[in-house]
Design a protein around this ligand. Structure first.
Ligand code: NDP
Ligand code: AKG
Length: 444
C-alpha cells in the first residue's frame, strides 16, 4: 500500500484462537518428524500443569476486588519451567497455555537448561495504582506458593510487567523461604537485586542479532545488510522501543513506530527522531502526536513499505485479513505469536521471510538464563560478557534453523509439507525434546 491509503481488515472466524494456532503450527512441524512416535509428539504439545488462582485485593478506595491469575508449566524436560508473567485484560487460560508451550520450544531451540512456563493476571494495569499492582503481585505469588521456585519454575517479565514487578515477586517468595538464596526464583530483576546486565535490552538485541545473521546467510532475498534498511516497529514498550534504538545503531532507518494509542510515520519519509519519540511518550503516554510525524492506524503501519517489519506488541496482529497488505521483505517477530498460520501462508507465497518468535525474541530468556546462573553462583558478569555470550548463542541458533530450513525437501508443497523458517525452528526444538524424552524414558 502507499503511505496514504487506509483500509480495514478482519481475520477469519476462529483464526485468532490461540490453541487452534498452536495446534496448526505443531501439526506443520510434526509432518517433518515421521520417525518420532505419534503419541510422543502429542505429549510434547500438552502442558504438564495448569494452575488457576483467584487473587483478592483491597483497592485504594477500600473495596475488595478479585482477579484471575494463571501459571502454566508446559515442560520441565531440560530444567525448571521458565517464562514471563503478563498483566493484561486479555489474559486467558488458553492464551497462557499456548505462550507456555512456546517457551518450551524456545528454550529447547536455544539449548537452555529450562522447560517452558508462562503466567498472567487478567487485569488492566493502566487503571491500577502502583499500590494495587503491588498487592495483586504479592497475593498472586503467595497463592502460587511452591509452584514456583529457583529449581522448579522461574518467572520473568512480559507484557505490562517489569523489573519492579520482579522485585515484588522476589521479595514475596523470599518472605516465604527465609534463609535461602532465593535470587534465582525470578529473572529480569533490578540490577540492585541481582538482575543481569543487559536483560532489559536482551529481547530486542536478540531480534537484531538474528536478523543480522539471517541476512548475512543470504536468507532474505533483496536485503544484504541492516545498514540503510527501512524498519517499521509495532509496539513501543520494552521490546519495540529498544529494538528501534538498536536497529538504528546498526544503521537502519526507523520509518514508523506505534503503541496502543496508534502509529506514527516519519513525516519526511526518512527516519524518526527517537529522542523526541521517547520524550513525547513519557510526557503524553503515547507516541501519537510527535512533532514531525504523521498519525496512522496500527493496521496501516503493518502495511507500510519497508525492509523489516517488527511486530513487538500482542499476538494475532497479522492475519488473513491484512497479510496481503504487508509490504516488508523480512518480518522479525519481537512479539510472541503475532502471525496466524493463514497469514504465514500468504507471506510465504509472496516471498516475505518470517523470523519466528521462538528464535527472534529468544534473547530475553537467554539473558534470563545468564541472570539465573549469576544468581546461583553469587557472581556478576559485565555487559560486554553478557552481550558476547548472547550474540554467539543467537547466531548459533540461527545457523541451526537455517540449516534445517535449507535441508527441507525442495518440493515441500507437493509433499504437503510446510517449508518456512517457523516450521524449521519448531522441528529443531521438537526433535531435541523428543530425543530427550525417549532418553529419559517413558515410565511403565
Ligand atoms: N519483555 C520480554 O523480555 C519479552 C517480550 N516478548 C513479547 O514481546 C511483546 C511485547 O512485550 P514487551 O515489550 O515486554 O511489553 P510492554 O508491556 O513493555 O510493551 C507492550 C507494547 O505494546 C503496545 N501495545 C499494546 N496493545 C497494542 C495494540 N493493540 N496495538 C499496538 N500496540 C499495542 C503497548 O502500547 P502502550 O505503550 O500504549 O501500552 C506497548 O508499547 C509481547 O508479545 C511479549 O510476549 C517476547 C520475549 C521476551
Ligand atoms: O525471560 C524469560 O524468562 C521469559 C521471557 C518470555 O516470557 C518470553 O520469551 O516470552
Amino acid at each position: 500500500m502507499t503511505d496514504t491509503q487506509s483500509s480495514q481488515s478482519t481475520p477469519l472466524a476462529d483464526e485468532l484462537d490461540p490453541e487452534r494456532i498452536l495446534t496448526e503450527q505443531f501439526h506443520r512441524a510434526r509432518t517433518h518428524l515421521s520417525e518420532v512416535p505419534p503419541g510422543l509428539v502429542d505429549y510434547l504439545r500438552l502442558p504438564r500443569r495448569t494452575i488457576n488462582v483467584s487473587v483478592p485485593v483491597q483497592m485504594d478506595d477500600g473495596h475488595i476486588r478479585h482477579f484471575e491469575g494463571y501459571r502454566v508449566l508446559h515442560s520441565r524436560m531440560f530444567g525448571p519451567g521458565k517464562g514471563g508473567i503478563r498483566y493484561h485484560p486479555a489474559v486467558s487460560p488458553g492464551e497462557v497455555k499456548v505462550l507456555a508451550a512456546l517457551m518450551s520450544w524456545k528454550c529447547a531451540l536455544l539449548h537452555l537448561p529450562f522447560g517452558g512456563a508462562k503466567g498472567g493476571v487478567a487485569c488492566d494495569p493502566k487503571e491500577l495504582s502502583e499500590g494495587e499492582l503491588r498487592r495483586i503481585t504479592r497475593r498472586f505469588i503467595s497463592e502460587l506458593g511452591d509452584n514456583i521456585g529457583p529449581y522448579t519454575d522461574v518467572p520473568a517479565p512480559d507484557v505490562y510487567t517489569d523489573a519492579q514487578t520482579m522485585a515484588w515477586i522476589y521479595d514475596t517468595y523470599d518472605q516465604l523461604h527465609p534463609g535461602e538464596n532465593n535470587l534465582p526464583v525470578v529473572t529480569g530483576k533490578p540490577r540492585e537485586l541481582g538482575g543481569s546486565a543487559g536483560r532489559t535490552e536482551a529481547t530486542s538485541r536478540g531480534c537484531v542479532y538474528t536478523a543480522e545473521r539471517l541476512i548475512a546467510l543470504g536468507g532474505v532475498p533483496g536485503l544484504d545488510s541492516l545498514q540503510g534498511a527501512r524498519v517499521v516497529i509495532q509496539g513501543f514498550g520494552n521490546v519495540g522501543r529498544i529494538a528501534a534504538r538498536l536497529f538504528q545503531e546498526m544503521g537502519a532507518h526507523i520509518r514508523a513506530v506505534s503503541d496502543s494509542g496508534g502509529a506514527i510515520l516519519a513525516e519526511n519519509g526518512d527516519t524518526l527522531d527517537l529522542d523526541r519519540v521517547e520524550a513525547h511518550k513519557a510526557d503524553h503516554g503515547s507516541v501519537v502526536g510527535v512533532p514531525g510525524s504523521r498519525t496512522i492506524t496500527n493496521d496501516d503501519l503493518l502495511a507500510l513499505e519497508c525492509d523489516i517489519l517488527v511486530p513487538a506488541a500482542l499476538g494475532g496482529q497479522i492475519h488473513s485479513g491484512n497479510a496481503t497488505r504487508v509490504a516488508a521483505r523480512l518480518v522479525v517477530e519481537g512479539a510472541n505469536r503475532p502471525i496466524t498460520p493463514e497469514a504465514d501462508d500468504v507471506l510465504a507465497a509472496r516471498g516475505i521471510v518470517v523470523l519466528p518468535d521462538i528464535l527472534a525474541n529468544a534473547g530475553g530468556v537467554t539473558v534470563s538464563y545468564y541472570e539465573w546462573v549469576q544468581n546461583i553462583e553469587h557472581h556478576s558478569w559485565s555487559l560486554e560478557e553478557v552481550n558476547n555470550r548472547l550474540r554467539t548463542r543467537m547466531f548459533d541458533a540461527t545457523d541451526r534453523v537455517v540449516a534445517r530450513w535449507r535441508g527441507f525437501p525442495q518440493d515441500c508443497a507437493e509433499q504437503g509439507l510446510c517449508g518456512d523458517l517457523r516450521t524449521a525452528a519448531l522441528v529443531e526444538a521438537l526433535d531435541r525434546l523428543a530425543k530427550a524424552t525417549l532418553q529419559r524414558g517413558i515410565w511403565p
